[in-house]
Write a protein that binds this ligand. Structure first.
Ligand SMILES: [Zn+2]
Length: 148
């Protein structure tokens, strides 16, 4: 699964994030397996993340990507209807925490740009990371095209 997912995100031009980190259940130290039907869902959020990483010019970690319902259920504070369950959400943080303010500014600009293009992108700020999800609204095409 992981090699196919890697090839899939490579095909979508993602340069800075690997399949491994977007499906890793960190607390369990294992990889989860999103259904193939869900793979398109992650591309818009991943495209924003990749652009933000490029603009920051420094490593960005995906702290949480896909979650199955069992894993989501053990995370304190995780919503039972979390967009992570649909592989539409990523929690991101610069590896160097001193870059967090700059990273937030970049993410805000990218999400505003995406929204101006009619892409249903959303951001939630937490202390040590930024959550971004794209395509949650019903009726939006999955894997909607997003280019910067
Ligand atoms: Zn999140």
């Amino acid at each position: 699964m992981i090699d196919e997912l890697q090839a899939f995100i490579d095909d979508h031009g993602i340069n800075h994030f690997g399949a491994d980190e977007i499906v890793r259940a960190r607390r369990w130290n294992k990889l989860l397996s999103p259904d193939r039907d869900l793979w398109d869902n992650v591309i818009p959020a991943l495209t924003i993340a990749d652009c933000a990483r490029e603009a920051l010019g420094a490593p960005v970690r995906c702290a949480s990507g896909y979650r199955d319902s069992r894993y989501n259920g053990v995370l304190p504070g995780a919503s039972p209807t979390s967009e992570h369950l649909f592989f539409r959400a990523l929690d991101l943080q610069p590896v160097d925490p001193t870059l967090m303010d700059r990273f937030r500014e970049i993410m805000i600009a990218l999400v505003e740009y995406a929204r101006s293009q009619g892409v249903d992108a959303r951001m939630i700020h937490y202390g040590t990371f930024v959550h971004v999800d794209v395509g949650a609204a019903e009726g939006k095409p999955r894997g909607s095209r997003l280019s910067f």
